[in-house]
Design a protein around this ligand. Structure first.
Ligand SMILES: *[C@@H]1O[C@H](CO)[C@@H](O)[C@H](O)[C@H]1NC(C)=O
Ligand SMILES: *[C@@H]1O[C@H](CO)[C@@H](O)[C@H](O)[C@H]1NC(C)=O
Ligand SMILES: *[C@@H]1O[C@H](CO)[C@@H](O)[C@H](O)[C@H]1NC(C)=O
Ligand SMILES: *[C@@H]1O[C@H](CO)[C@@H](O)[C@H](O)[C@H]1NC(C)=O
Ligand SMILES: *[C@@H]1O[C@H](CO)[C@@H](O)[C@H](O)[C@H]1NC(C)=O
Ligand SMILES: *[C@@H]1O[C@H](CO)[C@@H](O)[C@H](O)[C@H]1NC(C)=O
Ligand SMILES: *[C@@H]1O[C@H](CO)[C@@H](O)[C@H](O)[C@H]1NC(C)=O
Ligand SMILES: *[C@@H]1O[C@H](CO)[C@@H](O)[C@H](O)[C@H]1NC(C)=O
Ligand SMILES: *[C@@H]1O[C@H](CO)[C@@H](O)[C@H](O)[C@H]1NC(C)=O
Ligand SMILES: *[C@@H]1O[C@H](CO)[C@@H](O)[C@H](O)[C@H]1NC(C)=O
Ligand SMILES: *[C@@H]1O[C@H](CO)[C@@H](O)[C@H](O)[C@H]1NC(C)=O
Ligand SMILES: *[C@@H]1O[C@H](CO)[C@@H](O)[C@H](O)[C@H]1NC(C)=O
Length: 407
C-alpha cells in the first residue's frame, strides 16, 4: 500500500518533469499541457497512440509546447480537436538534426500526420505557432536551408477534413500535402511575417505533391513569400474563395526539376480568389531542359505536362507584376541557361474572367520553351482589369492564342 502510494507520487512528479499528461475518457484522450513549459509532444503522441483509431484527441489547454518531432500516421476514424496554441521550440540544432523526411526535394517536417477519415478541427482558433522569427533570422534569406522544417506534412491521407486551423510564423513552408486523396482543407488562416530585416523566405502556404482530389477553400494567406502551389503529380485540385496578401498568387510548379523524371499537373481550378498586392494572379513555372546542380536549389531536365488549368473569377488589387505569367526558365541561382530547352509541356491554361487592378503595365508575360511550345492558352474577359497605362502581353512560343493578341 505504502509502496504503491510512493509509486503514484513518483509518477506524478515524473509527469511534471517530462511534460503534459493524457486523461482517458472512454475513446477520447484529453491532453493536458505541462505546468512547467516542458515538452508536451510525448503526451500528444501517447494520445494519438491510445485514441488514434475510432477516437478523439482533444487539445483544449491554452498552450502546448512542442520540443520534439511528432509522427502520427495510420490514424483511422478520428477527430482531432484543438482550441489552444501549439508553440514549436527554439532549439534549431535539434530540429535541423531530427526533422522527418518529406521524401522529396531533401526537405523535412516537424510533424508528419496521416490517416483515413480524419477530422482535424481548429474551430477558427486552434493555432500552430512555428516560432518562425527565429528561423527567418537564422536563415538570413538563404533558399531552402537544409533541415528547416515544414510545420505540418499531411501524407497518406484519405477522405479527411481539416477545418478552421490558424498558422502563424511558420518555420518554413506551412504545409505539404503528399500521397493523399479526397481531402478538404477549409477556413485556413496563415500569417508568416518577419519583424526583422531578414525575410520570411520560403514560407509557402502549401505545396501539393502526388495527390488527387484535394480542395482548399477559404484560405487567407499573408506574408512576403507565401503562396499556394501545385507541384509533382497534383491532379483534380480545387482552390476556392481564398485571399492572398502579398506572395506570388496561385502557383503551378516549379516542376521539371528532376532529370528524366515524368511528372504531371492536371485539372486544377482556382476560382473566386482575391489577390492583394500579390506578384501574380496565376503563374506557371518549370525548370529548363538543362541540368545545373541538384535539388532543392538546383536541377532541371524534367519531363511531363501541366494541362487543363483554370484561374477564374479573381479580384485583383494592385497586383505588382502581371496577371498571367509563364516561365520555363527556372534554374540554379546565378547560372546562365537556355530558356528554350524545357521539354515539359504546358497546355490548355485559362485566365479569367478577372476584375480589379494591377500596378504595372504588363497584363501577361508568357515564356514557353521553343522545345515545347504552349497551345490552348486563353484569356477570358481581361477588358475590365485596370493597369497603370500600358496593357502589354509578351509571348514566346505561344501557339494560337485565344482571346488575346501578343504585343
Ligand atoms: C497508408 O495508410 C494505410 C492505412 O491508412 C496503410 O495501410 C499504408 O501502409 C500506408 N502507406 C504508407 C506508404 O505509409
Ligand atoms: C468517420 O469517422 C467518424 C468519427 O470521427 C465516424 O462517425 C464515421 O462513421 C466514420 N466514417 C466512416 C465511413 O467510417
Ligand atoms: C538542443 O538540441 C541538441 C541536439 O538535440 C542538444 O544536444 C542540446 O542539448 C539542445 N539544447 C538545449 C538548450 O536544450
Ligand atoms: C540535404 O539535407 C541534408 C540534411 O538536412 C544536408 O546535409 C544536405 O546538404 C542537403 N543536400 C542538399 C543538396 O541540399
Ligand atoms: C473563412 O475563414 C475565416 C478565417 O480565416 C473565418 O473567419 C470565416 O468565417 C470563414 N468564412 C466562411 C464563409 O466560413
Ligand atoms: C500578419 O502578422 C504581422 C506581424 O505579426 C502583422 O503586423 C500583420 O498585421 C498580420 N497581417 C494580417 C493580414 O493579419
Ligand atoms: C520579433 O519577434 C521575436 C520573436 O517572436 C521577438 O522576440 C522580438 O521581440 C520581435 N521584435 C520586434 C521588433 O517586434
Ligand atoms: C513560393 O514562394 C517562395 C518564396 O518566394 C519561392 O521560393 C517558391 O519558389 C514559391 N513557390 C512557387 C511554386 O512559386
Ligand atoms: C506521376 O504520374 C504519372 C502518371 O500516373 C506516372 O507515370 C509517373 O511515374 C508519376 N511520377 C512520379 C515521379 O511518381
Ligand atoms: C478540366 O478540369 C476541370 C476541373 O478542374 C474539369 O471539370 C474539366 O472537365 C476538365 N476538362 C477536361 C477537358 O479534362
Ligand atoms: C481530368 O478531368 C477529366 C474530365 O473530368 C477526366 O476525364 C480526366 O481523367 C482527369 N484527369 C486526371 C489525371 O484525373
Ligand atoms: C492600391 O493602390 C491604390 C492607389 O495607390 C490605393 O489607394 C489602395 O489602397 C491600394 N490597395 C492595396 C490593397 O494596397
Amino acid at each position: 500500500m505504502l509502496s504503491l502510494h510512493i509509486l503514484l507520487l513518483l509518477s506524478a512528479c515524473a509527469k511534471l518533469v517530462i511534460g503534459g499528461t493524457v486523461e482517458r475518457q472512454g475513446s477520447s484522450c484529453v491532453v493536458h499541457a505541462s505546468e512547467d513549459g516542458s515538452d508536451d509532444a510525448p503526451a500528444i503522441l501517447e494520445a494519438f497512440d491510445a485514441c488514434g483509431s475510432d477516437g478523439q484527441i482533444l487539445l483544449q489547454d491554452p498552450l502546448y509546447h512542442i520540443e520534439s518531432v511528432m509522427d502520427t500516421t495510420g490514424l483511422n476514424n478520428v477527430i482531432v480537436d484543438i482550441t489552444g496554441t501549439m508553440l514549436w521550440g527554439t532549439n534549431i540544432t535539434y530540429w535541423r538534426a531530427n526533422g522527418l523526411e518529406l521524401g522529396y526535394l531533401n526537405m523535412t517536417t516537424a510533424w508528419r500526420f496521416g490517416g483515413d477519415n480524419v477530422t482535424f478541427n481548429g474551430h477558427g482558433v486552434g493555432t500552430f505557432d512555428g516560432n518562425g522569427q527565429l528561423w527567418y533570422d537564422f536563415t538570413k534569406g538563404v533558399s531552402n536551408l537544409p533541415g528547416r522544417p515544414i510545420s505540418l506534412m499531411v501524407t497518406n491521407t484519405t477522405s479527411s477534413h481539416f477545418d478552421g486551423i490558424r498558422f502563424v510564423q511558420s518555420q518554413f513552408w506551412t504545409m505539404a500535402i503528399k500521397n493523399s486523396v479526397d481531402v478538404l482543407f477549409e477556413n485556413i488562416w496563415i500569417n508568416s511575417t518577419s519583424n526583422s530585416s531578414q525575410p520570411a523566405r520560403n514560407t509557402d502556404g502549401v505545396d501539393v505533391f502526388f495527390s488527387d482530389r484535394i480542395t482548399m477553400r477559404n484560405w487567407t494567406v499573408t506574408g512576403g513569400d507565401d503562396n499556394i502551389s501545385m507541384k509533382a503529380n497534383s491532379t483534380n485540385i480545387l482552390i476556392q474563395d481564398c485571399t492572398f496578401h502579398g506572395g506570388l498568387g496561385v502557383a503551378i510548379g516549379s516542376i521539371g526539376q528532376y532529370e528524366g523524371v515524368f511528372e504531371r499537373i492536371e485539372n486544377v481550378t482556382a476560382e473566386r480568389i482575391t489577390a492583394l498586392k500579390s506578384r501574380y494572379a496565376g503563374y506557371i513555372k518549370t525548370w529548363t531542359g538543362e541540368v545545373n546542380g541538384v535539388p532543392p536549389n538546383g536541377g532541371g531536365g524534367g519531363l511531363g505536362y501541366a494541362k487543363n488549368i483554370t484561374f477564374r473569377d479573381f479580384v485583383l488589387e494592385n497586383v505588382t507584376d502581371s496577371v498571367a505569367r509563364i516561365t520555363q526558365c527556372t534554374s540554379f541561382n546565378g547560372v546562365t541557361v537556355d530558356c528554350n530547352t524545357s521539354l515539359f509541356q504546358i497546355s490548355d491554361i485559362t485566365w479569367g474572367p478577372m476584375t480589379g487592378s494591377i500596378s504595372s503595365g504588363t497584363l501577361a508575360a508568357m515564356q514557353c520553351s521553343r522545345a515545347a511550345p504552349c497551345p490552348g492558352i486563353e484569356f477570358v474577359d481581361f477588358e475590365e482589369i485596370e493597369t497603370s497605362g500600358k496593357r502589354t502581353i509578351s509571348c514566346s512560343n505561344i501557339v494560337d492564342p485565344e482571346g488575346f493578341q501578343c504585343s
